[in-house]
Design a protein around this ligand. Structure first.
Ligand code: NDP
Ligand code: F7E
Length: 312
């Protein structure tokens, strides 16, 4: 599949992107055949930059995105919509015009309806509007599915669409202003332990549930889909296990060794009530199964953060 192919990975310097580079290299791709454009040089919201980065490229894995946790989504819905919709639409059109042979679009679990049968099946994607806090972001990314299917129908363009669930792992974004729940809680508990703080505040009621996929697993799934999957149907990338935020809090608190009190700030949103993906298509279409256990993945991530303290 990949012999002598030049692969463009937009967002390839990010949390997931850098692991996708590792996964491609593990599949035998030479690093010299992988191109990673940086936003400082090529702002992909602008079509002219998309035309520039797709020149002489065979495969595009489009990961570049404006991403953040529930708080960031609440504060920046317009930017999250515009940046992600414009980057995606322009990148796919520029790739088509440049004769790219395969386009891998990466969506998000946020595209699912707020209330849908659990586990989430790809055929239920259009059964309702997404949960309000992350709908602008989720729908902007979901438009790439519409574009991919329309381009395949009209132009025979080979674009696939993947739906990763919440990711976590070493190298995640730990900035309290924009982080997701796992890095946010790790930072809160590690800092509180070091500062002997008596209380840690957690957002929401704790009654929401989420599913978490370790970043290396997600990267391997994307590399497998890039090599093996050429279908029109969207495919979930998940671990297939659901955990409540309350249970997640207790696990991280215990692993960090924090012995103070936890309080829940219910003025903060829970977001989507439940999240758990059906992972059968990825297994069937390209042999993907998550491998990292949640317990091990959390311990590794906590250890990474403790050894790489980041100040904000
Ligand atoms: N993290 C998660 O839990 C999930 C992530 N995803 C998807 O995975 C992908 C990667 O997410 P993640 O690694 O977490 O995000 P990061 O924020 O770590 O990386 C995003 C990357 O996008 C690039 N980028 C952002 N804006 C622009 C722009 N205007 N022009 C060019 N490049 C830009 C940045 O490049 P640079 O470094 O050069 O500035 C950055 O490296 C995204 O598509 C996201 O929607 C899907 C589900 C869950
Ligand atoms: C990954 C996917 O899904 C993301 O949505 P999300 O899962 O709702 O994002 P989240 O990880 O920030 O929150 C998960 C849950 O956790 C609770 N929670 C508790 N305490 C903290 C806390 O301290 N910080 C955060 N961020 N959440 C907290 C929080 O109240 C919520 O109930 C999108 O942003 C979008 O990026 C997307 O693509």
């Amino acid at each position: 599949m990949f012999e002598n192919k030049r692969i463009l990975v937009t967002g390839g310097a990010g949390f997931l992107g850098s692991k996708v580079i590792d996964a491609l290299i593990a599949q035998g791709i030479s690093r010299s055949d992988i191109i990673v454009p940086r936003s400082a040089d090529y702002d992909l919201r602008h079509m002219e930059n998309c035309h520039k980065v797709v020149k002489d490229v065979d495969i595009v894995i489009h990961l570049a995105a404006r991403v953040g946790g529930i708080g960031f989504n609440q504060e920046h819905p317009a930017e999250l919509f515009y940046d992600n919709a414009s980057m995606g639409i322009h990148m796919m059109e520029a790739s088509r015009l440049a004769g790219v042979s395969k386009f891998v679009a990466v969506g998000t679990v946020c595209a699912y309806p707020k209330f849908t049968q659990v586990p989430f099946r790809e055929e239920d994607l259009w059964n309702g509007y997404p949960e309000e806090t992350n709908a602008p972001y989720g729908l902007a990314k979901k438009m790439l599915l519409v574009q991919a299917q329309a381009y395949r129908q009209q132009y025979g363009f080979n674009a696939i669409f993947l739906l990763p669930v919440n990711l976590y792992g070493p190298g995640d974004n730990f900035d309290p202003e924009s982080s997701h729940v796992i890095p946010a809680l790790i930072k809160k508990f590690v800092d509180a332990k070091q500062m002997h703080a008596p209380v840690v505040e957690v957002w929401g009621s704790g009654s929401a549930s989420r599913e978490f996929l370790y970043v290396d697993d997600a990267a391997r799934g994307i590399a497998l889909a890039t090599a093996r999957y050429d279908g029109i149907e969207p495919v979930n990338l998940g671990a297939g296990s659901e955990i409540s935020i309350r249970d997640l809090v207790e696990i991280i608190k215990t692993h960090v060794g924090y012995e103070g009190e936890v309080v829940y700030d219910t003025t903060k949103p829970d977001g989507q009530p439940r999240r758990c993906l059906d992972t059968s298509r990825a297994r069937m279409f390209f042999g993907f199964n998550a491998e990292m256990s949640f317990e091990e993945g959390l311990k590794t991530t906590i250890g990474w953060y403790v050894n790489n303290p980041i100040s904000f």
